[in-house]
Write a protein that binds this ligand. Structure first.
Ligand code: VAH
Length: 312
């Protein structure tokens, strides 16, 4: 029985749908700070929760009796730079509460880290699982502190904590909010709506990305993996592709030949992107729990454009 925080977020939305399909609606309790508007989530078990409210979290868990918590509630990189103190409060306050619930109630624990946990002094190509992590963003500080805290709860209290460092995630179900990699989602919606896109990330800026179905499958595969195989815990590098805006545009043009891309670089998000790796190495996730993404840029583009056309 799984409780999910941040269930209305970019990952949380599709994670909730997939977990309900796999484990049954009665075994999945999505929570977030507001009621769901999405038809697929309405009218089903759901609780209002601000993850900074420990009493409310304990109360919900007492009634639902989960055996697992998937803590997805957090502010993303660009939003964190606008309000770093609030970011610390939500990202770290929420994480401590979720970990304390897992410790007190013996829950299995998942929370995502990010390629944002790496910084300018991290090797940019084939970034290893264990390497220098000195991020220069509040989001990155939150993610590194979060990885260390989750490992601490595993070593010190025996909490079964597991995590992955997600790359930029691309989905058509729920558009992201406040991320640096959001261009890679917006470009598909704009391609269908306007036949053109102005990217705030500069040309030739390579970042790791993954289609959302692969991200949700990675969470489930990691949580179902035999714990005895895991030499690492928080958090595993995972990625499906290293791309830049021009590469996405070229792939879109195979479906929409007249698609146009131009640039109006946002210095804040460009600065964040340049502080992150270009391409990380996911070989430890492959070796320790059989991570295997199914979508490359070509297949993801086909699926994204088709799904957005059908929504229109
Ligand atoms: C962000 N989408 O842009 C998130 C993610 C690797 C990027 O952490 O902040």
């Amino acid at each position: 029985r799984i409780i999910i925080t941040g269930a209305l977020g970019q990952i949380g939305t599709e994670l909730t749908l997939k977990l309900r399909e796999k484990y049954g609606e009665e075994n999945v309790l999505p929570t977030d700070i507001k009621e769901p508007e999405d038809e697929q989530l309405k009218g089903k078990p759901f609780e209002i929760l601000d993850v900074r409210d420990m009493d409310r979290l304990v109360e919900i868990a007492r009634d639902f009796k989960p055996d697992t918590i998937m803590h997805m509630a957090a502010l993303l990189s660009a939003t964190c730079e606008k309000n770093p103190q609030l970011a610390w409060d939500i990202n770290m306050g929420g994480l401590v509460n979720a970990l304390e619930l897992a410790r007190e109630s013996g829950l299995k624990f998942f929370t995502p880290s990010s390629i944002g946990a790496f910084g300018p002094s991290t090797p940019k190509e084939n970034t290893p699982q264990v390497t220098v992590q000195r991020p220069t963003t509040m989001y990155g500080v939150n993610k590194v502190a979060g990885e260390l805290l989750c490992d601490y709860y595993f070593e010190k209290f025996g909490v079964d904590t597991r995590g992955v460092r997600f790359p930029g995630l691309i989905s058509h179900v729920k558009e992201p909010g406040g991320g640096t990699t959001d261009y890679a989602v917006e470009i598909y919606f704009e391609a269908i709506r306007n036949g053109r896109y102005t990217s705030y990330i500069d040309k030739d800026t390579n970042m790791d990305m993954m289609y959302m179905d692969d991200a949700v499958d990675a969470i489930i595969d990691l949580m179902e993996a035999d714990g005895a195989r895991l030499e690492d815990r928080n958090a595993f590098n995972v990625t499906a592709m290293s791309i830049n805006p021009g590469m996405v545009a070229n792939e879109i043009r195979k479906h929409i030949p007249e698609f146009e891309l131009d640039y109006d670089v946002d210095p804040v998000r460009q600065g964040i992107a340049e502080s992150w790796p270009n391409a990380i190495d996911a070989s430890q996730a492959v070796r320790q729990w059989d991570f295997e993404p199914k979508y490359n840029l070509a297949r993801m583009t086909e699926v994204m454009l088709e799904a957005i056309r059908n929504k229109a």
